[in-house]
Design a protein around this ligand. Structure first.
Ligand code: ATP
Ligand code: MG
Length: 476
């Protein structure tokens, strides 16, 4: 009972924040104006279909099947997290997460395509064709761990392992934000609302469950998650949950580079890269993800600022249009301002050839970045190719233009070239030349090549020979 009360206390009941748009407000008004039907046996209130209006047709077949199989085997199973949140917001869920009373081993036995993954946080991936359903066993607080195998923390309080299993109520209390702690059981069309979850959703408010500072400290990635959800959903962050973000941005330095890379992907590939970047800068979090970018943007260089904001806007637009995006392009843009500055210094101060300056600058910029976020090879190599092609694109004599056109990374490099021009780099109409060249007939292409100015930028700068002063000999 004491445990249940503590869990209830973790969910604050009152919220502040801007209200939902009118259409959504009506939907929420409908179920919040009704007396909430029945109290569950845990710490939740259960709502029926006439109250929550969730459309099961929007739930993936894979997720429904996982839940049905688990329930048929006498386990509890619910849809949880972003899937439920987005269904209630009339959004299209990106993916579906399932929470269950079955242990990872028990889940694995039920599905041939299941794989247990993770050490810090063990979950099961169940694959249905291209879709992966994340199945998580109900957790309890790490403070209830019986041994180091279940939960472990660093000296700074960061959780290294978080595998203490529990029941649905303890599971709801260990989730990050109230709006992510709603559970839906499709078999009964029942939505379980813990504490202020629905109320916060209605008021478009991100609120940490429990004491914000403690929860950020035990997993600093939650700092980024708060900013990501607020930017993506257009929600505000409730003041007590917001205050520690600015104050404890440095907690992020305790997170391994590999995990931060995964978070960077989620931050910039969810269709709200522009809003997310602005927010990350505002809260002082960008310095822990992309320190060189943060430095360059803070210097106030207009071209750098434009390049990065156009890269974000283009990424968001492509996602809206259902087009493919690659993290290699985003990384190429985010590290370009530092690369350009470093190249310039090497050329002007060290008299280095452009090509060599690019190679060395890329090496420096990448190795500095790797101390903060990992960059897997499958993105690192294309990113460096996009950069290297920026030096090849101006060289269009003889057959070079055709060779460049055939390069597997040409399209991304061409898009990057346009981005640079859009940002205000003066490239002497190079983007337009390549646009024409791609669409031209062969004779037209030959003419374009003939008319292209020979580019001298990639050759080493000529060293001036020092003339012997005339008076030298005279003096002798
Ligand atoms: P998205 O739309 O990005 O998938 P999501 O809320 O589903 O959003 P996931 O990363 O898929 O986010 O996580 C699923 C759920 O797991 C979350 O909604 C939240 O309840 C819980 N969760 C994820 N990461 C954490 C964390 N670091 N701390 C506490 N709970 C977490
Ligand atoms: Mg999810």
């Amino acid at each position: 009972m004491a445990r249940a009360c503590a869990r209830l206390a973790a969910f604050p009941q009152a919220v502040n924040g801007p209200a939902l748009p009118f259409c959504m407000l009506n939907k929420f008004k409908r179920f919040l104006s009704k007396p909430l039907s029945k109290k569950g046996d845990g710490d939740y209130i259960a709502l029926g279909p006439s109250e929550h209006h969730i459309d099961d047709a929007l739930i993936s077949r894979g997720a429904l099947q996982v839940i049905e199989t688990l329930q048929s085997a006498s386990f509890e199973a619910y849809l949880v997290g972003g899937g439920v949140r987005d269904l209630l917001l009339d959004g299209k869920p990106k993916d579906f997460d399932v929470a269950t009373s079955a242990t990872p081993e028990e889940v694995k036995k039920l599905f041939r395509s299941a794989r247990i993954i993770g050490r810090r946080f063990r979950i099961v991936h169940v694959r249905f064709g291209r879709e992966i359903i994340e199945v998580t066993t109900f957790r309890s607080s790490h403070t209830e761990a019986a041994n180091d195998n279940e939960a472990q923390q660093t000296e700074e309080g960061v959780l290294l392992r978080d595998n203490v299993y529990g029941d649905i109520a303890s599971d709801a209390a260990r989730r990050d934000f109230t709006v992510n702690a709603l559970y839906y059981n499709p078999a009964k069309s029942e939505l379980l609302n813990f504490g202020s979850s629905l109320d916060d959703l209605r008021k478009r408010c991100i609120r940490v469950i429990g004491d914000p500072e403690t929860r950020y400290k035990e997993d600093p990635v939650r700092l980024l998650r708060a900013v990501r959800f607020a930017a993506k959903l257009g929600f505000s962050i409730e003041p007590a949950s917001e205050k520690p973000i600015r104050e404890h941005a440095d907690y992020l330095s305790h997170i391994p580079a590999a995990r931060l890379f995964e978070e960077v992907l989620k931050l910039f590939t969810n269709g709200s890269a522009t809003a997310t970047l602005a927010s990350l800068r505002d809260y002082g979090l960008l310095a822990y993800l992309f320190p060189s970018l943060d430095y360059c943007l803070n210097r106030g260089n207009e071209t750098d600022n434009k390049l990065v904001s156009h890269a974000c806007a283009n990424t968001d637009k492509r996602i809206r249009q259902g087009k493919r995006i690659t993290p290699a392009f985003i990384y190429a843009a985010f590290l370009w301002p530092a690369l350009r500055a470093s190249m310039r210094t090497k050329v002007s101060d060290q008299n280095m050839a452009t090509h060599e300056a690019m190679q060395q600058a890329a090496q420096d910029v990448v190795s500095q970045q790797l101390q903060h976020t990992a960059i897997p090879k499958r993105f690192l190599i294309p990113m460096r190719e996009i950069w290297a092609l920026q030096l090849r694109l101006p060289r269009r004599d003889k057959r070079r233009a055709y060779v460049t056109l055939e390069h597997p990374r040409f399209r991304a490099a061409y898009d990057f070239l346009l981005l640079r021009e859009q940002a205000g780099e003066d490239l002497d109409g190079l983007g337009m030349w390549w646009t024409r060249f791609q669409n031209a007939s062969e004779p037209e292409q030959q003419e374009l090549i003939a008319n292209a100015k020979r580019d001298k930028s990639s050759r080493p700068p000529r060293r001036r020979r020092r003339r012997k002063p005339k008076h030298d000999s005279e003096d002798a």
